[in-house]
Design a protein around this ligand. Sequence first.
Ligand SMILES: Nc1ncnc2c1ncn2[C@@H]1O[C@H](COP(=O)(O)OP(=O)(O)OP(=O)(O)O)[C@@H](O)[C@H]1O
Length: 270
Amino acid sequence: MTEIMLEIDNVSKIYPGRRGIFGTSAEVHALKNVSLSVRKGESFGLVGESGSGKTTLTRSILHLETPTSGSIRVQGQDLGKLSDAELRRLRSRVQIVFQDPYASLNPRMSVYDIVTEPLVIHHETLGLTNRQRSDRAAELLSLVGMGPQHLHRYPHEFSGGQRQRICIARALASGPELLLLDEPTSALDVSVQAQVLNLLCELQDRLGLTYFFISHDLAVVRYLCDRVALINRGELVEQGDCAEIFDAPKSEYARMLIGAMPEVKVPETA
Ligand SMILES: Nc1ncnc2c1ncn2[C@@H]1O[C@H](COP(=O)(O)OP(=O)(O)OP(=O)(O)O)[C@@H](O)[C@H]1O
């Protein structure tokens, strides 16, 4: 039986209205009864336009938002029911790579400090000595195709693609099984995007990772993902195997998104 890595079960999130000088704004239903499951070892894409709820769902998986209703389970563990200590342990197994490698690296930290920071944060769970930490730092850089000579350099000395490799190395430091990839290539030059996507594919094969890939770009999702869910205004409108959705989209929303990709043929409406 296929092992389930991540299960989102009927999750809704309502943000209360905000009070301002012109009165209180309406509440926002950012997620409406979202259900999906991600199998161990697969790449699952979540695609939607700006404001569709992708960030809210991602933050909920990281337990940075609490759903208004529904549950989220990682390897069968319900995030809403874990103790603080259990949550800390789980956090070392779920990591995120953000969209913008320029904004997500502290310019005052060396590459060594950046990639070993999660080892310090998760010290209780991982328990590495200083020597093991330093070996691990070199190993992490090598995993993302960079040499140990870069460990004592600073983010401003690197290109966008190299910075994203450093972000990936940091995300891998605690030995996660599930990586949330939040538009990891959209801030990069087109020529570098393919290199980073190839690296992600290689790492997945090598380390048996599960990817939850958030994007508004169906072309990238088609390249990387096995299955995909399309989200519109907080609701999942379609989900299934990538090949099926690309070849025979059922919803108007899927047709619209696919139609916006010049290189993908859109089947006629039935
Ligand atoms: N803290 C908040 N308080 C109130 N409303 C919020 C909050 N965070 C998000 N929203 C609203 O929830 C909806 C979903 O936003 P979300 O950021 O999850 O979308 P998104 O798909 O990630 O968009 P983008 O691709 O632009 O990041 C939007 O209408 C947004 O304005």
